[in-house]
Write a protein that binds this ligand. Structure first.
Ligand code: CP
Ligand code: NVA
Length: 304
């Protein structure tokens, strides 16, 4: 089994991962060792920068008793043009699972087709499933549930937004996205989610999205690989910011998420990011715990 996008999972599988992650978190806090992955090796091939995804996966693997090997795309033969299908077959002979961070989603799909070990998406241009699972885990910790809440996405219709749309669709909650014209999530994701019956609303009004929201979420205006569009995007996204005024429209106890890294003063203000509504540090920590649940599912359950 691979985990390339949220839609690869059923609601039951996601609920199982969320429950397991929280149990593993508790166990870790109590200092109880848990080493089901002794003798297993995780490979990580990253063609884009990372702090959280890399370190949380590597640490998760060590905590579970296994090992991790990090390969940056540019230092490997991939950077010199070795075909994905060759790399996938060779890596499958060495490691027990692999996390890939790359550009086009078709690259990880091709990799998965040729890999005989589980492939995990550590971010592509169109999906970031592990981050969104950590986000939902954080929502449950703060709100006690993930359903019957108003979710607002403010900003770019990017990889994070797409994975949130898929989460809303699989888990059956509604989501309002405020995106500037030209930066809405791709129609294919919206149509698919719409047909599943979950309420996905896309608007240009940040106020409409934020009003009475329980959860406000945002991400950078220019993602990795879009650096050249940075100035153009700064203009297009002006106003698509989570700030004190916007937060006033949300519920009193609203929580704010951001997958990080954040650009203070652009998509979120310093005041909100560092303020009492912000759950971003727990959100970042939860990457570790959800990653453990994912690794266990793919490497222990998957081998039975
Ligand atoms: N949120 C996230 O994926 O962070 P990194 O880019 O640091 O891995
Ligand atoms: N949307 C951002 C997320 C970074 C974790 C990017 O792709 O760069």
């Amino acid at each position: 089994m691979h985990l390339l996008r949220i839609a690869d999972l059923t609601k039951e599988e996601i609920d199982g991962l969320l429950e397991r992650a929280s149990a593993l978190k508790e166990r870790h806090k109590k200092g109880i060792p848990h080493n089901p992955l002794r003798g297993k090796t995780l490979g990580l091939i990253f063609e884009k920068s990372s702090t959280r995804t890399r370190v949380s996966f590597e640490t998760a693997m060590y905590h579970l008793g296994g090992d991790a090997i990090f390969i940056s795309g540019k230092d490997s033969q991939i950077g010199r043009g070795e075909p994905i299908k060759d790399t996938a077959r060779v890596m499958s002979r060495y490691v027990d699972a692999i996390v890939i961070r790359t550009f086009g989603h078709e690259i990880i799909e091709e990799y998965a087709r040729y890999s005989s070990v589980p492939v995990i998406n550590g971010l592509t241009d169109t999906h970031h499933p592990c981050q969104v699972l950590a986000d939902v885990m954080t929502v449950i910790e703060k709100k006690g549930r993930y359903d019957n809440l108003k979710y607002a996405w403010i900003g770019d219709g990017n990889n994070m937004a797409n994975s949130w749309i898929e989460a809303a669709s699989v888990l059956g909650f509604s989501l309002t996205l405020a995106c500037p014209e030209g930066y809405r999530p791709p129609k294919e994701f919206l149509d698919k989610a719409g047909s599943s019956g979950s309420g996905i609303i896309v608007t240009e009004s940040v106020e409409e999205a934020a009003r009475d929201a329980d959860v406000l979420n945002t991400d950078v205006w220019a993602s990795m690989g879009q650096e050249e569009e940075s100035e153009k995007r700064k203009k297009a996204f002006r106003g698509f910011q989570i700030n004190k005024e916007l937060l006033k429209l949300a519920k009193k106890d609203a929580m704010v998420l951001h997958c990080l890294p954040a650009h203070r003063g652009e998509e979120i203000t310093e005041e909100v990011l560092e303020g009492p509504h912000s759950a971003v540090w727990d959100e970042a920590e939860n990457r570790l715990h959800i990653q453990k649940a994912i690794l266990e599912k793919l490497l222990v359950e998957g081998s039975k």
